[in-house]
Design a binder for this molecule. Sequence first.
Ligand code: ASP
Length: 318
Amino acid sequence: MSKAVIALHGGAGALSRQTMSAEKERDYRRALDAITRSGQAILADGGSALDAVTEAVRLLEECPLFNAGIGAVFTHQGAYELDASIMDGRSRAAGAVCGVRHIRNPILAARAVMEYSPHVMFTGEGAEQSAFNRGLARVENDFFSTPERYQQLQRALAADSGALLDHDGAAASTDPIDPDRKLGTVGAVACDSQGNLAAATSTAGMTNKQAGRVGDSPIIGAGCYVDNATVAVSCTGSGEMFIRTAAANEVAALVAYAGLTREQAAARVIFDQILPLGGSGGLIAVDVAGHVALPFSSEGMYRAVGYVGQAPDVGIYR
Ligand code: ASP
């Protein structure tokens, strides 16, 4: 029997030291704790790692605190374009969608691609049509809207046009991690009692991104990767650098071919590969023995680890 465990991330970034409110920090901690417990309950019932990461990421998408689903960040053009991916370590089956605007839970669409299609990735309208054909919920694009994200876009647009943007976050937010400098994405990795691994990642990308821009999150091998023989990985951070380093796959390759532990491999990718390219962020990884690694190069990363039978361990700062 493996040590069943689920780990989550809710994005990485810089801290809003001057303005963070204890209440907002409590909200984040509570949300991470509750969602981890939902994943733990699935694993405790003998459920699969795949079901646990699907449900955890669906709940993160439903929570407005995180940049995926409700609470998504805006594109430059003022819309939402969402990306998600999922992978099963047993078979290396994978599914992904990108640039979707009307699917309430992109992670469920990614899972449907994995289970019902011979393909791995769908974009835009084709992705939406196949999701609706499978009965997934359709919403208007502004369903994902929150006033905080709208303000965030206005600050980013002001900065683009040369107007003032105070990037220390002082005036902007009471969140523990400055939303203007947060590289938000959500993800989950899990190991179930059978020793199977799974990983899932979901995001709206970066505030003020150009329409059509796709980051690492829906790309298998970049923002999400898993193989029972090595490790399950979900990433968050500057997507372009995670794509250029094939980050999630690189962690698995370092475990498989260089004999590194998942902790050494994960740290090597974040600090020795992504940082020198000017990228920042973090990842969560778990292996079949249930060992978890959570390295990040940013000032903070919303994260939680829950072993079955134990209280979740939630973290934000270093
Ligand atoms: N990696 C995501 C992207 O580039 C963003 C993030 O993690 O914050 O779309």
